[in-house]
Each structure stands twice: as C-alpha cells, then as structure tokens.
Design a protein around this ligand. Structure first.
Ligand code: ADP
Length: 373
C-alpha cells in the first residue's frame, strides 16, 4: 500500500453563514490521481484552495506527508496549482513564468536553468521558451501553467478545471498530455472538474461531491458500474431509471419483472446500465455486424455472473423512435412499455426509425439506487 500523501480531516469551510465544504475527509496516496467531480457550486474549488492554503478552514486539519500544514502559508506547503484561467504573468516569457517559483525558493541559477529546460522539454514548449505568453494559443498557455505548477517540484499537484475553456479536441489533447506528464513526474494529483468524461478518463479514483460533502468515491469503473445514488448516476450521464416494487427479490416494473437478488421488499429505484438493454436480433435489419451490438443470448458474458444472469426476463417488444449519431456509434432511442430506453449500436447497423424490435434486459447490469430526494 502506497503511503498517504494528502490527508484532509473533517474539513469545514464557511463563507459567513454559507457552508461550502462540510466535515469532509479525503486522502490521496503517493502517486495517486484523485479527481473531485461535482456540479458547479458543490465546493470543489474551495476544497482545493483550502489544501493549497489559499482559504482558511473553519475547522479541520490538512496533512501532507503526515505533517500538519493547516497553519502554513501556501508557499510553505510545496503544492503546485494550475487554475483554469492559468494566471500567468502576461508580460513575461514562457521561461520566465516557469522560472518564477524555483527562483522564489532561492535555488542556485544553474539548477533553476536545468529544471526550467527539463520542464519545457516535458511540456514540449522548449522552442517557445522566449516567447511572450500572451502570444501563445490557449492550449500552449495551459502547458506553461502546468510547467510552472511543477517547477517547485511539488509533493502535490492540484489542477482546477485544467482544460478551462478549450474546445473538445484541444481539451482531449491536453488531457492526454497532462496524463503523460504526471506519469513521468510521478507526483500525486488532486484534480477538480465538473466534467464526468474528463474525470473518468484520468482518475485513479473519482470522488463525487455534492453540497460540500462526498457522496461516493471509487475507481472510474466502480462508479460507472455501481453508482449508489440516482444523483451520482445522473451526474455520470446514466439516466435509464425506473420505479419498481420489489417483492421476494423480483422487481415489478413498466418493463416487466426483473430479478433483483438481495433487494429488500418495497418501493425501489432501478438503474439500467447502458449495456443492460440489447437488441435480441440486431441482424434483423440485415446489416450483418451482430457480434458487436451485443447479441442478447443467454450465454457469453452473462454466464457465471450469478443467479440473476441465469434468469433473463422474456424479450420485450419495442419501437425505434430515433437514432442519434454519437461519433463511433449510434444511440438507438426506443420505447418499450412506455419507457424510453437507449440501445447503443455500431455504425451502419441496427433497425431504422419506426421499426419494431425485440429487446432483452440483462438483469446482471440492473442496479438499485437511492432515489433523489
Ligand atoms: P465549485 O468549485 O464546486 O464550483 P466553489 O468551491 O467555488 O464550488 O463554491 C462553493 C460554494 O461557496 C458556492 O455556493 C459558492 O457560491 C460559495 N463561495 C465560493 N467562494 C466564495 C467566497 N469567496 N465568498 C462567499 N461564497 C463563496
């Protein structure tokens, strides 16, 4: 088990009467990339700023490498910060911006030069070292900000919405760059964002926040496969939710009876994960590529996942009401028993709008979630 690098204990930050962060506990292991995900206003930046020393906690402690830093100034904490507006010195060159931190640390000139050169190589900006930062593109400025945040060799790198207002393609590119650089440097990262794709793409662990508190944390896979609440599910973009009445581990729903092993009797909220709904005969439209649309047979990945997987409910009749282009696949919108559902199919495959199809629901990827209050 890696050593704990950051430990936040019972942190509360208030602005007057408003509580931005409440009794929050959080740890990050050495070298771990922890991404705090949540809607605007949930307290992500406040948490980050408190760890950086830019916001005073109302109560609680912050430890770095086991040492209590709660009362230390930001520059005494050895943390690196990259903000979305990058906050660079506008009238300085790229190299001067990166040099600033190590110079404030009082390093000898030779070591500063060596460090700046190495970082500019790492962020692939060496050829632009003597350019004014204002003459750079948004993506280049973000990379200067990243190099500057790393220049003091922080024990914790903090990224606050690091993709800022970059467009999708540039943002993806920068994200891949950040991942490569972080892996090279091996530093612990605390990254905050409101974007679930960004969080799931880079995190070792995702921490979902709501109204100043953590509501769930886990690996991207754990969160995506098993969101505990409707809020977390919806925030991750999982929105196939159904009301149900459970009796003897069988849920009565608008889609029929679904086995829910271990569930208690009574009302429940069910989440169908994206791969829960499949076309029974994706070949019906005659386009052939059935294997990748998930053929809903009772074998394959359904086998061996327990009792639920062995008892698929009978296929449902449904009608295709739309097809939405989604890059590498098409999202087929269907209605079954009045319930809107989405079935991903690969390009050029699957039925057309208004066609009748048969659907199978894989009970092993149906979850019970806590309903939203
Ligand atoms: P996020 O980063 O998740 O968008 P913030 O941490 O910025 O959330 O804000 C959390 C809550 O605290 C919000 O309700 C916000 O309005 C409030 N807040 C943030 N900064 C201040 C401040 N300096 N003064 C008063 N309220 C603030």
């Amino acid at each position: 088990m890696a050593e704990v690098q950051l430990e936040v204990r019972e942190l509360t930050v208030q602005y007057g009467d408003a509580v931005a962060v409440r009794h929050l506990d959080l740890t990050a292991a050495d070298g771990e990339v922890v991404v705090v995900l949540g809607p605007s206003g949930c307290g992500k930046s406040t948490l980050l700023r408190a760890v950086a020393g830019l916001e005073r906690p109302t109560s609680g402690r912050i430890l770095l490498e086991g040492r209590d830093v709660t009362d230390l100034r930001p520059d005494q904490r050895r943390v690196g910060l990259m903000f979305q507006d990058h906050a660079l010195f506008p009238h300085r060159t790229v190299a001067e911006n990166v040099r600033f931190g190590p110079r404030m640390q009082g390093l000898p000139a030779g070591r500063i030069r060596e460090r700046v050169d190495r970082l500019l190589e790492l962020v692939r900006l060496a050829p632009l070292a003597h350019r004014q930062v204002t003459s750079l593109s948004g993506g280049e400025q973000q990379r200067v900000a990243l190099a500057r945040a790393l220049a003091t060799e922080p024990r914790l790198l903090m990224l606050d919405e690091p993709l800022g207002s970059l467009d999708r393609a540039l943002g993806d590119e920068l994200l891949a760059e950040i991942a490569r650089i972080v892996a090279t440097v091996g530093t612990t990262v605390l990254h905050v964002t409101h974007d679930q794709d960004e969080a799931l793409a880079v995190a070792d662990r995702v921490v979902v926040m709501r109204a100043g508190a953590i509501v769930q944390q886990g690996t991207p896979d754990e969160l995506w496969r098993s969101p505990r609440t409707e809020f977390v599910a919806r925030f991750l973009g999982l929105d196939q939710l159904l009301d149900a009445e459970v009796r003897d581990e069988v849920a009565a729903t608008a889609l029929g009876a679904l086995p829910v092993p271990g569930a208690a009797d009574g009302r429940a909220r069910l989440l169908l994960l994206p791969d829960a709904v499949r076309l029974v005969d994706p070949d019906a439209a005659g386009t052939g590529d059935a294997t990748r649309t998930g053929d809903a047979t009772r074998t394959g990945d359904a086998a061996g996942t327990g009792d639920a997987a062995g008892t698929w409910p009978p296929p449902l009749q449904a009608r295709v009401v739309g097809r939405r282009f989604a890059g590498d696949h098409v999202r087929l919108q269907v209605r079954a028993g009045g319930v809107p559902l989405t079935v991903p199919v690969w390009h050029g495959t699957g039925p057309a709008v208004d066609e009748e199809v048969r659907l199978a629901v894989d009970p092993s990827v149906v979850r019970i979630v806590e309903p939203d209050a």
